[in-house]
Structure formats: C-alpha cells, structure tokens
Design a binder for this molecule. Structure first.
Ligand code: RRO
Length: 309
C-alpha cells in the first residue's frame, strides 16, 4: 500500500506522526529512533515563557493507559528559537514538523505564532487549545469555548501562512460546532483529540499525580478519539489528524475509516520507541492483505452535506 500522502502543500512519507508531548523537540529521541523514517512529529507545546512544569510524579500508569500532568514544561519561545528549531533544521530532512503552541491568554498564542513564524525547520503549527492541565484556566481549555477558539485561530491565521492545525478536546459536547468555528476561523486541519481529564487515587484517596488530576491517554482513549474524528468529519471538509490510543496498523486504519488523513502516535511510543515504524509496516501489510493500494483510499470523505454548507 502506498502510504505517502500529500497534505497542506507538503509530502508526508507516511501518515504516522508522533504526538505532541511524546517526543520533545525530536532531539530527545534521535538516539533511539530515525526521525526521518517518520511521517512527522509535533513538538512539545511551547509557551511564551519557559516553564518548569508541575510537581512530580507527573505520570502514572493504569490498565487502560496512562495519566499525565506535565504542566507544560518547555523552554519557552526564546529557548525554542535558540536551541530547538536550529537542531530540527539541521537534523530533520524528510519528516514534517509541526510546532505546538499553547497559552493562558489569546495574546500569548498570537505572540508565539508571530515569534516563531520567521524561523526555519518546521512546516506548520499545531495550536493546542485543549491542554487539560492548565490550572490557570480552571480546567476549562480554550477548545470548550467557541468564542476563544475563534479568536485564537483567526489571530493566528493573520500571523502566518503556514498550515495551522487546531487541537481540540475529547470532552466537547458541541464538537461539531467547535469544528465548524475552527474551520471558519481559518484552521487548515483539526487534530482530535488531546487527553481526557481524569484522576487516579491510591488506597487513601490521595491522587497519584503530584498535581492531582491529569490527562488520560493510551488504548482507553481510542474510542473517544475515533468518535471525535467521526463527529468532526461530519462537520467540516478540513483534513483531520486522529490521535488517541493508536498502537497498531489496524488502529490507524480505524482512524482513517473515521475520517482521519493522518494519525499521531503518543503513549504507545513510551513503551516502544519505534512503535510508529512498526505501525507503518503493519499498515503496508494491511493494505496488501486487503487489496488496498493507497492509504488515501481508506480515508472516509466528509459527506457532501457537511454542517459547513
Ligand atoms: O503538559 C501537559 O501536561 C499536557 C499538555 Br500541554 C497537553 O496538551 N496534554 C496533556 O495531556 N498534557
């Protein structure tokens, strides 16, 4: 099966990318993984100021996956410009890179896009509107506030011609509406989904994570991710990026059948750093076995009567 796919004016050598927050800025994984074997990767979310993140423990496992509250630990705009993007520019050739940006206020997103747009080494932005661990916003991410989604994305649109992905939340009761708002505000694609808010408690009722609650990911997130992609597919013609519990070629196929043009692998690559490469091999085998010649043929189209029309 031909897994190469053209999107956002670029060639993705495969539809399998690494998800934000699971691969740092690429350099952190370069000893264990050939980054250029990937379709691409999304960086850790960058905020205006560098952040140290939340108190440990920041991750905990359970049978269905894991919970994290990293708290946006990142080198900030200046550190990203100085140390991270030059490394990517010099070391990544074929993988397509998206820089994830996040903030507490609309203006922070806009300043980040403006401050990064002139740099080299990446294709586009993933606008993280759905971090579940941003306590300053009281656990209510931008993605659940359509007015904020519109403001952030239209402001970003004015500041860059690069592709913009909007990363939305799994617990959005009005996802179709949010997808439509993001489309109208100028996003080029939607990434679905971020982690789902949750908490793990020990026998004394004490949270297992230092910060208390966190975001749940891994196999248990897959049904939520698939549903979100399906719902968004009915609401917009934009390309969709499916994330949540992708651990096999069959999972990637399920996301394509739901309407995803690309998938991102997250939690699976913690236990198995080269999971993404295995997933691509499984996809190719799946195509041979089922007589499907191109990944693109698997991607469910949006209905002609999407809610956009
Ligand atoms: O840094 C985090 O704690 C984090 C972020 Br920004 C996010 O978007 N999703 C997540 O599960 N953790």
């Amino acid at each position: 099966m031909k897994v190469e796919t053209e999107l956002f004016g670029a060639t993705f050598q495969s539809p399998v990318l690494l998800a934000a927050g699971t691969c740092g800025f690429g350099m952190e994984l370069s000893d264990v993984l050939d980054l250029d074997a990937l379709g691409g990767f999304v960086t850790k979310s960058v905020t205006l100021e560098a952040r140290r993140g939340n108190p440990p423990p920041r991750v905990a496992e359970f049978e269905g996956g894991m919970l994290n509250s990293i708290g946006l630990a990142n080198p900030g705009l200046e550190g990203t410009r100085r140390d991270k993007l030059p490394w990517i520019k010099n070391n990544v050739r074929r993988a397509q890179v998206f820089v994830s940006v996040a903030g507490h206020r609309v203006e922070e997103y806009l300043a980040l896009v403006e401050g990064l747009d002139g740099e080299e080494g990446f294709l586009g932005f993933e606008i993280n509107l759905s971090c579940p661990n941003d306590t300053k916003r009281g656990g209510a991410p931008f993605a659940l506030d359509p007015e904020a989604v519109a403001k952030v994305l239209s402001g970003c649109r004015e500041r860059t011609r690069r592709p913009i992905l909007a990363k939305l939340a799994p617990n959005d009761p009005n996802l179709e509406h949010t997808a439509k708002v993001a489309t109208e505000a100028g996003a080029d694609g939607l990434t679905l989904v971020n982690t789902l808010p949750g908490i793990l408690l020990d026998g004394h009722g004490r949270p297992e994570l230092g910060a208390g609650p966190g975001g749940m990911s891994g196999p248990a997130l897959r049904p939520a991710g698939l549903l979100a992609v399906r719902r968004a597919r009915a609401a917009t013609h934009l390309p969709l990026v499916g994330v949540g519990g992708v651990g096999s070629g069959a999972d990637a196929v399920a996301y394509a059948r739901a309407g995803a043009h690309l998938v991102e692998v997250g939690t699976a690559s913690f236990a198995e750093p080269r999971a993404s490469q295995r997933i691509v091999r499984e996809l190719q085998r799946w195509g041979r076995r089922h007589g499907v010649g191109r990944w693109e043929d698997l991607v469910a189209p949006s209905p002609s009567n999407t809610m956009e029309d």
